[in-house]
Structures are given as structure tokens and as C-alpha cells.
Design a protein. Structure first.
Lengths: 76, 356
């Protein structure tokens, strides 16, 4: 979990992601941030995220991001 | 719609480029986003530089420059031309139509058929379809197909979602009959219910341009644009492409017995590097067979994307050999489709730069 928050903090340092219940709804992540996040996750966890999985609901919380990494074959 | 064409070929492609190149790094200050956040997109999306037409240049200027180049260099003769087709969304005027402007400025014979077709990203596919159909009635004549847009004039320079993507390129493609031409498989799909995903709201009869439509406002996504500007809902378009294009292609291959491993090149529309990588992954296509380098060199040239992929990456190869190719495009409309055909042994395949 900490690893994900670190990535998010690096992406958008102006926000405290631990305070948000929905990163997308709260405006912490826009569609371009999600694309940047996909790229970072793929590099860091050596996974390929399916294009169909690049949807807001998979990036709305740290738990959702972890579930996506696992679904994509990554270990976290 | 599906169709199968026979005995046709593309005998030449010319890309006409504006001389102005603008660099993403120099534009970052125009956007109201943290620099670090914006710079991340450079690598992921493939932003680097793009070609921009001058404010005074119109789409027909590029078409005329391109056709005159071909006429003056003996690549096509006036008496060989049976039809002029102009595909694009940047007309000089509501009236007269683009094809007639080009016809007049290039002094073409009176029996040349002039057709305009408003279409965006799938403009090359649609233009080829129309060319193939016309050629059944033209025997020895050729079709001159123009794909031309100047969408940079319609995008806010303060819109980070849209401006880095646009690129102004015009292509001129010569299409003709060929008794030895092999089967060409064509498919085009539409989803008008989601037409607003890519839109220029003002400027037509539904909402004429006015002082109000020209007023720049801060949008919810943090960008500044007005109703006269083009806007793309990037997330929706991305999801549409990932959802519709791979199964459409897989079904096309299956329906017509296309052996995917025999395809030499996948010549796709060029929205951005990220979207193309995801498509290549989904289709199990090696990256070296699916070029993704047009956005970083020119921007996304709308309907001219596919011919620009060809002239940028395969200009020499396309004049020497023949390749089995899958062309695919997707975007405004929403529209998506593909053509599977042999490409090569062209009389010319090149780029020229203009002062426009």
C-alpha cells in the first residue's frame, strides 16, 4: 500500500491521497495522470495492463490499483 | 459496412508538410499544469514536436501545392485524372467546395469529377473506398485523393489535452485500376450515439461563431478553450478504441481468411503512442510492425495519418517491393474501420516541405 501512495505522491505531490476515498472523483487524478500511472506501474511491477482496464474505477483508490496490478500478473 | 474490391492499386503517395515545427517543451508554459506533470506525458504519449500550418494557410493551399508538384514533376498528367476527392474537416468555405477550388487552381479539365467528403480520422479509409468504387467506371483514368486538415487552427494553444496532439499534414494519393491488383478487404463501422466525444461545438449552422463562442473559459479538466475550439474526450475515445478496434480486426481477419502472421505492416491512424502500444499488445502485433512515430514527428494528422505513416517510414520500400498491409483508423464520428491490401511498387512515395 505504501508503495502505491509513494507513486501517487510523486505523480501529484500537491494532494494527500490518504485523505481521499475516490482519487478520480476528488479530482486528484485526471485521465492523463492515469496514463502516466499506467506507464509507471508497468515499469515498476513489470506488468502489461490491458487497454480495457485503463478505466477510472481501476484507479480510484490504492486498493483498486493493487487489485489491477495483481490482475495484470504483478506481485505486490 | 463490408466490401471487397479487386483490380485497384495505390500508385503514389505525397505528403505535403508545413515548414513550421513547434516543440512540446517550448509549449509547456502555455498550459496551467505543473511542468513536471506535463513533462511525464512526453515519453508516454510520444509528444515531441508537431507541424503547424501558418495562420494564413488553408487546407486547399496544401492540396494545390501537392497536386502542382505532381503535375510539374510528371507524376500525374491532367488528362489522366478522372476524379478529385477531398476528405477533411477544414474546408476553406462553406461554398465553394474544396474539390472545385483545387480543380480551378490546378486548371483541371471540365470532365473531372469533384467530390468533398467531410470525415476525420477515418478519412483515408473512406476516401479509398470512394476511389475504388469510382474506378469501376473510369477505366484508364486515375483518382486523386486528398486528405487534408488544418485542425491546429481549431485547437486552443492553452489546451494540454488537445494541442500537443494536433499536426497539420496534407497527403495526395493516386489511386488507379490495375488488372493484376489483388483482393482488397474493407470494413467501416459507426457509432453516432457517441458523436460528441470529438467535437467543435461552434462554427456551423447549429451554433454560428460569435463573440460568445470565441470567449476562452477554464474547463473542468483544467484547460482553457472556447466553443470554437476542437475538444476530444480523451478517456472516452481511448476506451472506445480499446473496446471496438481489436475485436473488429479479429473478426475481419476471421471472416475473410486473413492470416495475421502474413501481414507485413499494420499502418494505423496515429492518435498517440500510448493508445497504439495498447492496441499492438491486444492484437499481439510486434511493435516493429506497427509504427507509432508520427505523433512525435508531426502530431496527429487526422485523416492523413495513414499515408503519413507510409511516407515517413516506408518511402523507399514502397517504391521497390510489395507488402501485405492492414490499414486501420478510428476516431471522430465515432467511426472505425480497416482495409487489408497489398501496398507497394508505387511510382512515388515521398514528403515535401512547403512554406505554407
Amino acid at each position: 500500500m505504501e508503495e502505491i501512495y509513494k507513486i501517487l505522491k510523486d505523480l501529484r505531490p500537491e494532494f494527500d491521497f490518504t485523505e481521499s476515498e475516490d482519487f478520480v472523483e476528488d479530482g486528484f487524478l485526471d485521465s492523463f495522470d492515469i496514463i502516466s500511472l499506467v506507464s509507471t506501474i508497468e515499469e515498476k511491477f513489470n506488468v502489461k495492463i490491458d487497454g480495457l482496464d485503463v478505466v477510472p474505477e481501476n484507479f480510484c483508490s490504492a486498493e483498486a490499483i493493487i487489485a489491477l496490478i495483481r490482475k495484470s500478473g504483478g506481485t505486490i | 459496412m463490408d466490401a471487397v474490391f479487386r483490380n485497384k492499386r495505390i500508385s503514389g503517395i505525397l505528403a505535403v508538410l508545413p515548414e513550421t515545427e513547434s516543440y512540446f517543451d517550448d509549449e509547456i508554459g502555455n498550459y496551467d499544469f505543473p511542468e513536471k506533470q506535463t513533462k511525464r506525458l512526453k515519453k508516454v504519449m510520444g509528444f515531441n514536436k508537431h507541424r503547424l500550418a501558418k495562420d494564413s494557410s488553408t487546407a486547399s493551399d496544401f492540396c494545390v501545392e501537392g497536386l502542382n508538384y505532381l503535375l510539374n514533376n510528371g507524376k500525374v498528367r491532367r488528362e489522366e485524372i478522372g476524379a478529385v476527392i477531398v476528405v477533411g474537416l477544414s474546408p476553406d468555405y462553406f461554398l465553394p467546395q474544396m474539390s472545385n477550388i483545387i480543380h480551378g487552381k490546378c486548371d483541371l479539365p471540365q470532365d473531372v469529377l469533384c467530390i468533398d467528403m467531410p470525415q476525420g480520422c477515418c478519412g483515408f479509409l473512406l476516401g479509398l473506398m470512394e476511389s475504388f468504387m469510382l474506378l469501376d467506371y473510369m477505366k484508364d483514368k486515375k483518382v486523386v485523393l486528398f486528405n487534408s486538415d488544418i485542425l491546429s487552427h481549431k485547437v486552443s494553444k492553452h489546451d494540454r489535452n488537445d494541442f500537443p496532439l494536433v499536426g497539420d499534414v496534407t497527403t495526395v494519393t493516386i489511386v488507379e485500376n490495375d488488372p493484376e491488383g489483388e483482393e482488397i478487404i474493407f470494413r467501416l463501422m459507426a457509432d453516432g450515439a457517441n458523436r460528441d466525444c470529438l467535437k467543435i461545438p461552434a462554427g456551423g449552422f447549429a451554433m454560428p461563431s460569435s463573440a460568445e463562442t470565441a470567449e476562452m473559459v477554464a474547463a473542468d479538466d483544467g484547460n482553457k478553450r472556447c466553443l470554437d475550439n476542437l475538444h476530444m474526450n480523451g478517456a472516452e475515445v481511448f476506451n472506445f478504441v480499446q473496446r471496438e478496434v481489436p475485436p473488429m480486426l479479429e473478426d475481419l481477419f476471421k471472416s475473410y481468411g486473413v492470416e495475421q502472421e502474413k501481414i507485413d505492416y499494420y499502418l494505423f491512424h496515429q492518435p498517440n503512442k500510448f493508445m497504439l502500444q495498447k492496441l499492438a499488445d491486444k492484437l499481439n502485433v510486434p511493435y516493429e510492425k506497427l509504427f507509432m512515430n508520427v505523433v512525435e514527428n508531426y502530431g496527429n494528422p487526422s485523416g492523413a495519418s495513414i499515408p503519413t505513416v507510409i511516407t515517413h517510414n516506408l518511402k523507399q520500400e514502397m517504391t521497390e517491393k510489395t507488402y501485405y498491409c492492414c490499414l486501420s483508423a478510428f476516431g471522430s464520428g465515432l467511426t472505425w474501420g480497416a482495409i487489408v491490401m497489398q501496398l507497394g511498387k508505387m511510382d512515388f512515395c515521398k514528403e515535401i516541405e512547403t512554406k505554407l
